[in-house]
Design a protein around this ligand. Structure first.
Ligand code: B3K
Ligand code: ZN
Length: 876
């Protein structure tokens, strides 16, 4: 339903539910336009909620109510009141059965919440508030109920799935059949799932640590059945990992995964029946890049880990979302780090956080990890709740140490199993298990914004003491002008002039964690014979910005000597940022653009250093993206950013052509495909070299790309070659590659999405008219979020130069798309509009033009609650 102005919900208004639902029996008769849903709820007054028998509120959206009965007696309209978002039922007894029949329309449900059809298959998405689109229900996570579900459907839908264990099946009238599922675990309605379709499955099994056999099944359309092995393998690895690292076993006898093409996010952790966006589960070497394989492993792990951190122990209310998401992202990040390169995983995660979460913290939608208000909860599935939330859990891990943290998680699961709890409960379990005081630490949950640390130092040569002074501050965010000091673990080491680690205490420790708790604090290190060079915030021990006046020489030194791999990479980034900032300045003032010879020399030595792991070399060679340069700028001058980065890329490419060429040739050997960490790293490095080579746009380099494009035996290499051809080849060669690729892969949904995304992200070919053409292409579909993300998101979030064209046409295009999209899928519309909501940080006319585009959306009338919240907050 549409709102003129949706209301705001506050955490401080939380009240325990008036009624509890002990059992939920659901009966579905599936029909595309008129599915009949019968529910029987065993309801009782919640003893913890007070006296009397208040009316019972049931959420319901876009439902046709057919009947409602209490203990078998039909209610007449005077016994309930229809409200815009549900019904209010009069109650005269403390315990009763409530029977409700509703009719819903899955076929026309383009919101992809509740029950909908995707390529002829029925599926559900209920988190956060989708269950109310299925039947009237107290749709809140603190109501946990035992569900039994019967699905009746024509036999052309042979597979009928729901949560838990199958308890019966059989034929029904006509050409119909039914299956009944029973979930023995109480759960909130957001974890309910139903799937019905003509699906094939892959099967495997897992023996748990205690010896129970769990059946694993992955369901997909027949044509994709060869793309499920990696997900099943990842699932088994995740199950084993959770037993080894957290002592958590799986609890049902069956675990199912279903791939769905139309899906608003990556995947959903429904109890025993995870539903996945096809793009996040299906992969084969011919169709998926290494990045996709790794993303699948981490998402399969993430959803599986939710079985404990989310399902067995769930959230009391949606303000507590990070309780399950922050913790589970931390769990999946550690899982991926253990399965692959730990250093690369950390670098990738921190890049994402700095580029996108820091931008969120600095924008109009900034909110704490535990928000204290929202209009539409779907807008709060953010990088702040997920990624910064994971950093908060990581900091607890750092402060408690691995053993203290494990004791804390054991206590948390033991104390709260089967309950709906809060972030406070999580922190308290960590505190109680470790006896470490986290009182001040809790501010990470309630204060928004990215803290800034400013570090200065002083060395007293006569005493041999070195003093580090750390000042912390945090910029104001909407509704929070003043911030109190955070409790920040600052991991560091000190290096002598030869690059050796200095010993910091009598025990030979060379790395320590300083606990920053005050606005300003000094730390003294004694008995040093020379002024050390600090290696600060190792492994990115806190989600903060850190400022220390490193010279270029010091950064070069850290880049080659730091024992902390993350900080070596970070030093390379700092160097690049300094150079890019000088280039921007020169561009703005009409000066000569120049890259310092020391920087070029540093890149050369990285390329030639045979002792470095290829994975790290590839990371060290990446120039910061335009988006991350923008995020690091106080005022974003889009034109100068594009010019500076382009110049740096070209200059490095030309200066190091021979080295890139030699490295490319050394790595470009034909071998059979494997997903080993070594092969992934080598492909990444090879393709980084190819990108630099082709940036010179020389025939020699483009011939290498063409050769790779024509002969690659895996999608990583193929897609990398396609990308450089799109971005650097002349029209004829580029268009031929685009066309050839499409003809080869047009039947494969995931590859088509990659193809669309590469074009709309291309600074060379993804100009506005090209993107407008793409949305007319038969492969584009505004009702499919993956296609929207590839084309519209690819352009607005991934094509910095074209989207920020000075005439503002990119912003207007986005506004028009968002207005149309909002009528179909409000969640996706609200996600796509984000780039223009950060208009205040842009210089000159771009800010004004973004604001005009936002106003156009606002004035277009009838906005969804989702879009209204984001647009109105950013116009404030
Ligand atoms: N819990 C789901 C996200 C649901 C989003 C609803 N708008 C996926 C995940 O984080 O695991
Ligand atoms: Zn999650």
């Amino acid at each position: 339903m549409r709102h003129a102005k949706p209301s705001t919900i506050y955490l401080k208004d939380y009240r325990a539910p008036d009624y509890l639902v002990d059992n939920t029996h659901l009966h579905f008769e599936l029909k595309p336009k008129a599915t009949l849903v019968k529910s029987r709820l065993k309801i009782r007054r919640n003893p913890a909620a007070g006296e009397g028998l208040p009316p019972l509120f049931l959420d319901g959206v876009d439902l046709i109510l057919l009947s409602i009965a209490i203990d078998g007696a039909l209610l007449s309209p005077e016994h309930y009141e229809k409200m815009p978002q549900g019904i209010l039922v009069s109650v005269d007894k403390p315990e009763f059965f409530l029977d409700i029949q509703t009719c819903i329309n899955p076929e026309d449900n383009t919101t992809l919440e509740g029950l909908y059809l995707s390529n002829g298959m029925y599926c559900t998405q209920c988190e956060a508030e989708g269950f109310r689109r299925i039947t009237f229900y107290p749709d809140r996570p603190d109501i946990m109920s035992k569900f039994t579900t019967t699905i009746v459907a024509p036999k052309e839908y042979p597979v009928l799935l729901s949560n838990g264990n199958e308890i019966s099946r059989g034929p029904c009238e006509g050409d119909h059949h039914y299956v009944t599922w029973e979930d023995p675990f109480s759960k909130p309605a957001y974890l309910f799932a139903l799937v019905a379709g003509n699906l094939q499955y892959l099967e495997d099994c897992f023996i748990t640590a205690s010896g129970r056999k769990v059946k694993l099944q992955l369901f997909t359309e027949e044509k994709n059945i060869n793309k499920g092995d990696h997900a099943l393998r990842s699932l088994k690895n995740a199950m084993r990992w959770d037993e080894a690292v957290y002592g958590r076993e799986y609890d049902l006898d069956i675990f199912m995964i279903v791939a769905v093409d139309h899906f608003n996010m990556g995947a959903m952790e429904n109890k025993g029946l995870n539903i996945f966006n096809s793009a996040c589960v299906l992969a084969s070497p011919e169709t998926a890049t290494d990045a996709t394989f790794q993303r699948i492993e981490s998402i399969v792990g993430h959803e599986y880990f939710h079985n404990w951190s989310g399902n067995r122990v769930t959230c009391r209310d949606w303000f507590q979302l990070s309780l399950k998401e922050g913790f589970t992202v931390f769990r999946d990040a550690e899982f991926s780090a253990d399965m692959n390169s730990r250093a690369v995983k950390r670098i990738e995660d921190v890049s994402l956080l700095r580029t996108n979460q820091f931008a969120e913290d600095a924008g109009p939608m900034a909110h704490p990890v535990r928000p204290d208000s929202y209009m539409e909860i779907s807008n709060f599935y953010t990088l702040t709740v997920y990624e910064k939330g994971a950093e908060v859990v990581r900091m607890i891990h750092t402060l408690l140490g691995p053993r203290g943290f494990r004791k804390g998680s054991d206590l948390y699961f033991e104390r709260h199993d089967g309950c709906a709890v809060t972030c406070e409960d999580f922190v308290r379990a960590m505190e109680d298990a470790s006896q470490i005081d986290l009182v001040q630490f809790r501010r990470w949950y309630s204060q928004a914004g990215t803290p800034q640390l400013t570090v200065t130092d002083y060395f007293d040569e006569t005493l041999g003491t070195y003093v580090l002074t750390v000042r912390q501050s945090c910029p104001p965010t909407p509704g929070q002008r003043e911030k109190r000091p955070f409790h920040i673990p600052l991991k560091l080491g000190l290096l002598d002039k030869n690059g050796n680690e200095l010993v910091l205490d009598g025990q030979g420790t060379t790395q320590c964690v300083l606990e920053i708790t005050e606005a300003e604090q000094s730390f003294e290190f004694t008995e040093l014979s020379e002024k050390p060079l600090p290696s600060l915030l190792r492994d990115f021990s806190a989600p903060v910005k850190i400022d220390y006046p490193y010279s270029i020489d010091q950064l070069l030194f850290l880049m080659s000597n730091d024992s902390d791999t993350f900080n070596r990479w970070d030093a390379s980034q700092r160097l690049a940022f300094l150079a890019l900032s000088d280039l921007q300045q020169a561009y703005r003032t009409g000066g000569v653009l120049q890259l310092q010879p020391e920087l070029i020399a540093a890149y050369r030595s990285v390329l030639l250093n045979r002792d470095l792991e290829p994975a790290l070399v590839a990371e060290l060679l990446q120039l910061p993206s335009e988006q991350s340069i923008a995020e690091a700028s106080v005022h974003i001058d889009a034109e100068a950013i594009v010019a500076a980065r382009e110049f740096a890329l070209q200059t490095l490419a030309e200066a190091l052509f021979g080295e890139f060429r030699a490295q490319y040739t050394a790595l470009n050997v034909r071998k059979s495909f494997s997903l080993s960490a070594k092969d992934i790293a080598e492909r990444k490095l090879k393709n980084t070299c190819l990108l630099y080579l082709c940036a010179t746009e020389t025939a020699d380099a483009l011939a290498l790309a063409q050769e790779q494009f024509d002969t690659a035996n895996n999608m990583t290499d193929k897609a990398a070659a396609l990308s450089v051809l799109i971005n650097h080849a002349g029209d004829k060669q580029a268009i031929a590659a685009i066309e050839q690729f499409y003809q080869c892969w047009k039947e494969d949904a995931q590859v088509v999405e990659l193809w669309l995304g590469q074009q709309s992200r291309s600074s060379r070919r993804g100009n506005l008219s090209a993107v407008e053409k793409l949305i007319q292409h038969p492969a584009f579909d505004l009702k499919n979020p993956n296609r929207v993300r590839a084309v519209i998101g690819g352009f607005a979030k991934g094509n910095f130069s074209q989207f920020h064209r000075s005439d503002g046409s990119g912003f207007e295009f986005l506004a028009d798309q968002v207005i149309t999209l909002d009528k179909l899928n409000p969640q996706i519309a609200a996600q796509q509009v984000i780039p223009i909501t950060r208009w205040k940080r842009y210089t000159g006319d771009l800010a004004r033009k973004m604001k005009i585009a936002l106003k156009k959306i606002m004035d277009s009338g009838d906005l969804s609650g989702d879009l209204y919240e984001v647009v109105s907050k950013s116009l404030n």
